[in-house]
Ligand binder design. Structure first.
Ligand code: CUA
Length: 156
């Protein structure tokens, strides 16, 4: 079979390129420990967080009169906690962590809107002056279950 030299050149180039990519995959998974995001150990997440991010004291912590701190974990594809209850008039500081990939957190009808980045602790403070339900969603596309990531803050 006759193969044009130009075509042969491209075939060789393609095979070499695929071999390099294949080797890169093998080396990164076998010896560099690169993994796809998956279930992550909560303790490891907490250990990687800044010291004030304390998973041990529950999701909602009262810091003082009318002041609360809420730990929010974003993961594929839900938030922990999915429902947050706080008294009206409270100043709430949200601390965000992601267990896997980049997510978002936006509370409707408030100024709370942030990205949730793995390995970093996000912090947003907001005062809820009106009672009611404030739905929150993930607003960074994060995969097939992205639209399932929602919850609500109930101000009572
Ligand atoms: Cu999490 Cu979109």
């Amino acid at each position: 079979m006759h193969v044009h030299p130009y075509e042969r050149g491209w075939i060789i180039f393609s095979v070499v390129l695929l071999t390099v990519f294949g080797l890169a995959l093998v080396i990164s998974t076998m010896s560099l420990g690169v993994r796809l995001p998956g279930i992550v150990d909560r303790a490891a997440v907490a250990a990687a967080a800044t010291p004030e991010y304390d998973l041990g004291e529950g999701w909602v912590r009262e810091l003082g009169p009318g002041r609360y701190e809420v730990n929010v974990i974003a993961k594929m594809w839900s938030f922990d906690p999915g429902e947050i209850h706080i008294p009206v008039g409270s100043e709430v500081t949200f601390l965000f962590q992601s267990e896997d990939i980049v997510h978002g957190f936006k509370i409707m009808n408030t100024t709370v809107s942030t990205m949730v980045i793995p390995g970093q602790t996000g912090r947003v403070t907001y005062t809820f002056t009106e009672p009611g339900e404030f739905p929150f969603v993930c607003h960074e596309y994060c995969g097939v279950g992205h639209h399932l990531m929602s919850g609500k803050v109930i101000v009572e």
